[in-house]
Design a protein around this ligand. Structure first.
Ligand SMILES: [Zn+2]
Ligand SMILES: [Zn+2]
Length: 372
């Protein structure tokens, strides 16, 4: 079928910023284990921007978008859990067969890298091409949802219950569950604990909102942009700190040296070393933010050893079961997880503007609405 998609154009040697243009392209029918989805909205996330700015490898021409939500139009022969007309959001892709998947840790699927970043299915096909037949890398996270329609694997879908705003749901598939899942699935802060969140972008603010749902009594947001810190306080941070040379000392003073958890959620600033130093005895630092592929972390060995600190990597918030995603949706509907305060909607045609506004920090979470 013919669809519209935002196509990232072939990389120009002189340009690091890849151009994106709306095109009419051809989409194949779903494989037996796939679903055809009419996308209604899709978020713009740090990983899309990484590809656009040439920081992450993604083939061009290709279609980005990995926070899609929409309505099922058709299903492959083997699909059982959804049917045409169902409202769904598209989560992370996973193979379902590797050792890690079989242990229930799908976010760390051994084929996750290929499924997310190759732009193709594991069999080398893409399902999307230009009208002149030129192949498009059309399987970004096995969804490429900056498009009016796309294909996705049945197993990466979560149904969106009635009464939930479908257009808000795409970001639960990546950035929002990354921040919220780190708190609720991995750190699980004890009542009375202190938690510091480095970076008040969409991931960090999702962590703030999730921390407010726990018994943590000190939730400290750290960023260099005052407006983001104001928003962090509005949605649940008990304290905020403008990042600077004295951040670690200020943090230690604020919590009397007993910082229990730190979450590094910056978009490439790599403050992990600080997030480790600021911890008190037996504290845990969760690394969740973006970083260059070559990034390394410096920490003081005796400090980590003698204080029994924990350092963990958390990919996409860890467990991303449909139940967890639907819980976040319901919490938002109840007004207890105010995702809508982070969001600004754009038409798909304004995708370049949405990326620029996100880069400039004037929009925390852009969501693209599809023309139908
Ligand atoms: Zn797997
Ligand atoms: Zn993402």
């Amino acid at each position: 079928m013919r669809i519209k998609a935002a196509v990232m154009q072939k990389a120009d040697g002189m340009l690091t910023r890849r151009r994106i243009e709306l095109e009419e392209v051809e989409l194949d029918s779903p494989y037996d284990d796939e679903v055809l989805i009419r996308i209604t909205a899709c978020g713009v996330c740090g990983t899309d921007k990484g590809a656009i700015h040439g920081l992450e490898p993604y083939p061009t021409p290709g279609v980005l978008g990995h926070e899609g939500a929409g309505i099922v139009e058709a299903v492959g022969r083997d699909v059982k859990s959804v049917k045409p007309g169902d409202r769904v959001m598209i989560g992370f892709p996973f193979c379902g067969e590797c050792r890690t998947c079989r242990r229930g840790e799908m976010r760390y699927c051994e084929k996750g890298q290929a499924l997310s970043f190759s732009g193709y299915r594991l069999d080398g096909s893409s399902g999307m091409k230009r009208l002149n037949g030129e192949p498009l890398a059309g399987r970004f996270f096995q969804q490429s949802s900056w498009s009016t329609h796309t294909l996705a694997l049945e197993r990466q879908l979560a149904k969106v219950p009635d009464g939930i705003d479908l257009d808000l749901c795409g970001p639960y598939g990546c950035s929002i569950s990354t921040g919220a899942g780190t708190i609720l699935n991995e750190l699980k802060p004890l009542p009375g604990s202190a938690i510091a969140i480095f970076g008040a972008g969409n991931v960090g603010l999702a962590a703030v909102m999730a921390a407010r749902l726990t018994g943590a009594t000190r939730i400290i947001a750290i960023d260099k942009v005052p407006e983001r810190l104001a928003l962090a306080r509005e949605i649940g941070a008990t304290h905020s700190l403008e990042h600077g040379a004295d951040t670690i000392a200020e943090l230690k003073e604020l919590v009397g040296g007993h910082l229990d958890y730190s979450v590094e959620a910056t978009d490439g600033s790599n403050l992990v070393g600080e997030a480790i130093s600021a911890l008190g005895p037996r504290g845990t630092c969760a690394m969740v933010g973006g970083a260059k592929m070559t990034a390394t972390v410096k920490y003081n060995h005796p400090d980590v050893l003698m204080n029994g600190k924990h350092i963990i990597g958390v990919m996409g918030g860890g467990g991303q079961t449909p139940t967890f995603l639907q819980s976040l949706m319901e919490l938002q509907r109840q007004g207890r997880f105010p995702l809508e305060k982070l969001v600004r909607f754009y038409d798909l045609a304004d995708v370049n503007q949405a990326v620029d506004d996100s880069d400039a920090g004037t929009t925390i979470k852009p969501i693209l609405r599809m023309p139908h």
